[in-house]
Design a protein around this ligand. Structure first.
Ligand code: HMG
Length: 445
């Protein structure tokens, strides 16, 4: 079977930066270490006043098409995953295509366009759609453009305000891909949950503490489901495990649970038993409470072992490097984590061809999905082409007053006119409203 997967990736960050320990924490009267150590975040990316989900998505897609020497005829699908859409009918992908048609001679009239919604997991679902479309033999040799783009802003004063972010990831899905091949096997954990939702509103209603528990529960189900089709997952099977990263502290919690799961009934559990005992099994306890207390104690001890720390340092921490500087990008987040991991491999001269990644996607509401990816021999070329470090360094750093102004400007319910903080160059920008309330865009040379 010919490999199908991600041929190329591009990341586009919002052009503004909010320093969390330096600017946000003092205004909130909080210890900066809550951000750097607790949540694991240094900064959030924000969109400038001329940026939105369309400009960021189109800019990422444009960079990708230019780099790969693609023309519109090479693309048979444009799928946009977002939970920040501003229209209940016209999909963001039509706006993105309209932007790209301003800078290419051809058009996307024969490409299927759509918009995917399921909180943050929609980005991965769009990858699946593209994969299935190619596997079904419907692509006519063309590739799919998948764009995950969000302005992940929370209402002022919401606990989630600390974890905001804005940016887009564009991915080209093709046969015989350069970057990674997607596994046919997938595992799901899905349930009707009320933890994070946006009932026709721009900023989410969130039960933050509960959302953390739901993330962990659905992710565990997805891992078990994945194992039921792909076989047991072991510590040494995967070089990196990029997970959906609303904030790195969330992944720290998920990683510990995942590690406990994958070492159960293995030599690693036996080796660790002399130091911290064996994992508690429910059948050995009279009540759920006793079992849970024992489990908590075991997890606390496991976290402190050298073996776990080394695994975390090698397999999880490298997936969080970009997230630490940009915050939550919702649909793009797990795809940023993958890029972060491969960037780490490149920078540490690690040979990755043929090696595996375990991808954990998640969306509130709620659904988790686990699949694996095999790194392809063009990965170095693709990751070398990323310019995310330059983009991050060039962001304008906002003062607290700047932040208050720009936050309101991105609230769809408010009509706020804010001067731009940065000067756009070689990118699409928002250019005002049309006669039917549509958004207009132009390319700035
Ligand atoms: P909070 O109450 O502001 O923070 O909200 P906290 O008091 O729980 O502190 C956070 C961590 O910092 C804790 O670590 C503290 O101990 C630690 P933990 O105990 O949990 O390991 N801390 C410190 N550490 C060192 N030095 C200090 C210090 N102070 C505190 N001085 C919350 C946290 C996550 C609830 C909030 O940020 C929130 O509501 N976020 C939005 C929801 C969210 O991101 N949920 C994650 C799972 S759901 C998800 O991923 C889906 C999502 O992406 C949406 C989608 O799918 O579309 C959100």
């Amino acid at each position: 079977m010919t490999a199908v997967g991600i041929d190329a990736v591009e990341i586009w960050t919002g052009n503004l930066k909010l320093d969390l320990p330096g600017t946000f924490a003092p205004e909130k009267g909080e210890d900066p270490e809550k951000y750097t150590k607790g949540l694991g975040l240094n900064a959030s990316s924000f969109p400038d006043s001329y940026e939105d989900i369309v400009t960021m998505g189109a800019n990422a897609a444009h960079r990708l098409m230019e780099r790969k020497g693609l023309e519109p005829d090479d693309i048979g699908r444009i799928d946009v995953a977002t939970e920040s859409a501003f229209d209940n009918s016209k999909p963001v992908s039509t706006y993105v295509a309209g932007c790209l048609e301003q800078v290419y001679d051809g058009d996307f009239h024969h490409a299927n366009k759509g918009e995917r919604k399921f909180a943050c997991i929609a980005g991965t679902q769009s990858l699946d759609d593209a994969y299935n479309w190619i596997r079904a033999g419907r692509s006519r040799g063309r590739s799919a453009l998948v764009i995950a783009t969000d302005t992940a802003l929370y209402a002022r004063g919401d606990d989630g305000e600390a974890t905001q972010g804005a940016g887009a990831v564009a991915m080209l899905i093709s046969e015989d891909p350069n970057l990674v091949e997607l596994s046919a096997e997938q595992g799901y954990g899905s349930a009707d949950e009320t933890d994070f939702l946006k009932p026709n509103q721009q900023f989410p209603s969130v039960d933050g503490k509960r959302s953390v528990q739901v993330y962990l529960a659905r992710m565990r189900e997805a891992l078990e489901d994945f194992e039921s089709v792909a076989g047991e997952v072991h510590e040494e099977d995967f070089v990196y495990a990029p997970f959906h990263t609303p904030f790195p502290g969330m992944v720290r919690k998920a990683a510990l649970l995942a590690y406990r799961h994958v070492i159960r009934d293995t030599e690693i559990e036996d080796d660790l038993a002399t130091e911290i005992g064996r994992q508690p099994r429910p059948e050995a306890f009279d009540s759920d409470d006793e079992y849970r207390d024992a489990l908590r104690e075991y997890m606390d001890s496991l976290k402190r072992t050298d073996r776990y720390a080394e695994w975390y340092e090698a397999t999880i921490d490298p997936t969080l490097t970009i997230a630490r500087e940009v915050g939550n990008w919702y649909t793009g987040s797990v795809h940023v984590a993958r890029a972060s991991a491969l960037k780490h491999a490149l920078e540490s001269d690690r040979e990755m061809t043929g090696k595996k990644l375990l991808i954990g996607s998640y969306g509130s509401g709620a659904q988790a999905e686990i699949h694996s990816e095999t790194v392809r021999d063009g990965w170095e070329e693709e990751i070398t082409a990323l310019n995310i470090d330059e983009q991050l360094a060039e962001r304008y750093e906002m003062t607290w007053d700047d932040y208050e102004e720009i936050h309101d400007a991105h609230n769809h319910e408010m009509d706020v006119d804010v001067e731009e903080f940065t000067t756009p160059s070689e990118e699409f920008v928002f250019d005002g409203w049309g006669r039917m309330g549509e958004r207009k865009y132009r390319y700035v040379e």
